[in-house]
Design a binder for this molecule. Sequence first.
Ligand code: ATP
Ligand code: MG
Length: 757
Amino acid sequence: DLYSVSSPLPSITPSPSEHRWSDTTSYTAKKKLQSWFQLSNGNWELGTVESTSGTESVISLPDGKVLKLKAESLVSANPGILDGVDDLMQLSYLNEPSVLYNLQYRYNRDMIYTKAGPVLVAINPFKKVPLYENDYIEAYKCKAMESPHVYAITDTAIREMIRDEVNQSIIISGESGAGKTETAKIAMQYLAALGGGSGIEYEILKTNPILEAFGNAKTLRNDNSSRFGKLIEIHFSETGKISGANIQTFLLEKSRVVQCNEGERSYHIFYQLCAGAPTPLREKLNLKSADQYKYLRQSTCYSITGLNDAEQFGIVLEALDVVHISKEDQESVFAMLAAVLWLGNISFTVIDNENHVEAVEDEGLLNVAKLIGCVVGDLNRALSTRKMKVGNDNIIQKLTLSQAIDTRDALAKSIYACLFDWLVEQINKSLAVGKRRTGRSISILDIYGFESFDRNSFEQFCINYANERLQQHFNRHLFKLEQEEYIQDGIDWAKVEFDDNQDCLSLFEKKPLGLLSLLDEESTFPNGTDLTFANKLKQHLNLNSCFRGEREKAFSVSHYAGEVTYDTTGFLEKNRDLLHLDSIQLLSSCSCHLPQIFASHMLIQSEKPVVGPLHKSGGADSQKLSVATKFKGQLFQLMQRLESTTPHFIRCIKPNNLQSPGLYEQGLVLQQLRCCGVLEVVRISRSGFPTRMSHQKFARRYGFLLLENVASQDPLSVSVAILHQFNILPEMYQVGYTKLFFRTGQIGVLEDTRNHT
Ligand code: ATP
Ligand code: MG
């Protein structure tokens, strides 16, 4: 029976005394108002408080049922007149069930956008909603339409960019499948409509199908999941027209190229190429169907419902033309993709009694050699041996099967990652036509949100670290907005407390004893393993309040969005991300486009002075930055860029895990509201003086409660007299130039008296 237990979820549901208008449970009971109570499944239900005696309340439900509940477990509901308000801050009771209900009320009516103060909340409709036609763009452009929308927030960004001459950013976050990428495209569409004219906007829009083909894949959570983070900076001329753009990408998931889970796919482009390549290209690359390639065959999923890969390939080809990638370059790109696929088909055979192997000279090996333009023997050697320096001698070590497979897969991953970076670089060259930069821009950030799975690995570690950084940026911005309002009204700002997530960030970043430093240190030790790494963490970080050592190779971090346990298996290898010198030499010597592609990525990187750890294991490996260090650098750069902009935040919410329309799961939504900081907005506004009322309104509302006449009848004097009469403590309120500011819960006694007078 759902109604039997009413144990509240562990949550930040404010205690009743924290509600905006104070503890009103008793008042609610007297007035027979509506309250929220929680079912055993965690969902909230609305009931009418019939009576309260002692600590127990009697609640009646719409279906006539009557329940007895602990009075303190009830949470005040808003009056019906506030149903579906378009800004959550308009709610009188800003508690979790009220927020959830309001969002659901709107969602059921296809109003997928809602404001939470300065933040736009977007709930994925998983169906076409009629919100994006040209007349909508027109309506937002001429301000005929005010309801929350991506268009509205984008419009504000354009206006503020022009008015304040400050760069803007639109920061979109949310978990996988929540709608970030779609939202980013909707924002770009609006920018293109308003700032278009030169034609470059068309090119910018066409980067989407390209990057999605090469960087998105079907996962269990999202049929079109972005496996990289993206910042696109769109430049504007003095006249407010788009003049160019620049794209930066973050942390592409390259492991997907060589392995993927059942029910998921590798990157779309592989299937598109196999299904859509015209015959001459097929023959040239010796292409087979997707199910002939081992890398793609690891999952039996080859197609996506409602999507035609061959057709998509045509769209990508056209888009590549638009961003000026020559036919010749396009063909090399496809040759590299085919080489990656064929690499996966290379198999090895044991050649001695020490389990050393050699690649089998079959179709796979021959095709790869042909596609990348090298001698078959050189390729075989690069895959099955390693040159090492021992003392002053160069020796050649033969590889075992698992070493050879790792070498082969590392090569495939590197080729793909370089190809991706190279493509982004070419696109950037094409988009940089508006050379004369005016310095005005709007950046759109589409980046993976906080992740917490049953098993969390290096990827989640990096992603959640990035989210801590972004969350701090978010908090500080909200805090600043609050601060500005206080300062404007002459309020003593020092009385507002604010704790942010600096402790958790320090846990990651502190030198030399932080998570990242210790990871890098352990990665440089030839004998370092995931276990020695985990032990080192426990040894050095156990006193840190955000850290907890777990059994064996695991550890937990208290993130702002909750605790996550990480399994260190694979951490060191993923962080080192080695490509052996033999592979690098092979790639730089072959006669295809690879050397050129690699030149801008791999080789230059290995010649640069090394800032991070050196990878010396074996003596002949490339020296390069560790993945975590490189990511941290990118992140710092990103934060620097964002900090010089006026930010606009969009939080995308996934209402169910089935990717289906019309289904709103409260628990799932609540957890995301917590993770993406929407409830943080509420918390920050509570941490200061969230209840505000103008002197006039306050005097009008409560003036009649005064027992003695006040000498002066001006609103301020009346207000102050009321505060004194009710003994409101001085630290609980502040008198501003135009408004009175109260801590949470202070108005309650006034409201109570007022309602019973
Ligand atoms: P990931 O982190 O995995 O990349 P994401 O947050 O970028 O996820 P999207 O790919 O943008 O998620 O959205 C997932 C799917 O949800 C889309 O393919 C589309 O079907 C649907 N969707 C998202 N937003 C909208 C919208 N505004 N209108 C209609 N459908 C939408
Ligand atoms: Mg995406």
